[in-house]
Ligand binder design. Structure first.
Ligand code: PGA
Length: 250
């Protein structure tokens, strides 16, 4: 399986800043493109088209950070899959923990987003993960199972194979500088692979599972070496091209 290294720029960067970072990244990578690595930038909606334009002649892909599960309609403030595709983006995040916990998105709503986006031709990175409270209450498996079941149960194996990736991001490790230990990551990723196996059968083995949460150039290669880790979703350390390019080459 190829390794996918994705940047989540969250609510950072104007159009000009996004374009500059994307161009800098391409120029840092272009003379010696890392083998077996795919690179993806989740830019804010307002900078999506500018980012896609900046990477148009490179293998870098672009994604949006959220999507509404309808083609069009009276949904003030929301953005449809068609609008995202129209900006030159091909991916979308669904269920990032900041949307689940700050914006109150339920597992069922996240599931509708993932299904509709896949049907509409976008690839989907479904984010899952437990809070510290849930981990301490021994609820890791039930939380991951619920989040995965609600999102994946209704999907066909073909749709998953064509465009689904999972990002395991323990909520307590996001933006906190606290990385999960190697044992924590191994355990959670094996759990995710097993749960996917129960839902999807043999297809589960082909779906990329990324780790996210305080990934930096210094810890990226050790995390990538772990079983069932097929890539990284990087927030803070992806905002500067230089630091993100080091992670891509890790
Ligand atoms: P972080 O964010 O790398 O800043 O912890 C990761 C994410 O939220 O996807």
């Amino acid at each position: 399986m190829r390794t996918l290294i994705a940047a989540n720029w969250k609510m950072f960067k104007t159009r000009a800043e996004a374009q500059q970072t994307a161009r800098d990244l391409v120029s840092l990578l272009q003379n010696d493109w890392p083998q077996e690595r795919d690179v993806l930038l989740f830019a804010p909606f307002t900078a999506l088209a500018a980012t896609a334009e900046a990477v148009a002649d490179s293998p870098v892909a672009v994604g949006a950070q959220d999507v509404y599960p309808a083609a069009e309609g009276a949904f003030t403030g929301e953005v449809s899959p068609g609008m995202i595709l129209d900006c030159g983006a091909s991916w979308v995040l669904a269920g990032h923990s900041e949307r689940r916990h700050i914006l109150g998105e339920s597992p069922a709503f996240v599931g509708r987003k993932a299904a509709f986006a896949l049907e509409s031709g976008l690839s989907v990175m479904l984010c899952i993960g437990e809070t510290l409270e849930e981990r301490e209450a021994d609820k890791l498996e039930i939380v991951l199972r619920t989040q995965l079941e609600q999102a994946v149960r209704g999907l066909s194996a073909e749709a998953c194979l064509k465009g689904l990736a999972i990002a395991y991001e323990p909520v307590w490790a996001i933006g906190t500088g606290k990385v999960a230990s190697e044992a924590d990551i191994l355990e959670a990723h094996a759990m995710v692979r097993n749960i996917l196996g129960v839902i999807l059968g043999s297809t589960a083995g082909s779906l990329p599972i990324l780790y996210g949460g305080s990934v930096k150039p210094e810890n990226a290669s050790a995390i990538l070496a772990l079983d069932n880790v097929n890539g990284l979703l990087v927030g803070g350390a992806s905002l500067r091209a230089e630091s993100f390019s080091k992670i891509i080459r890790a």
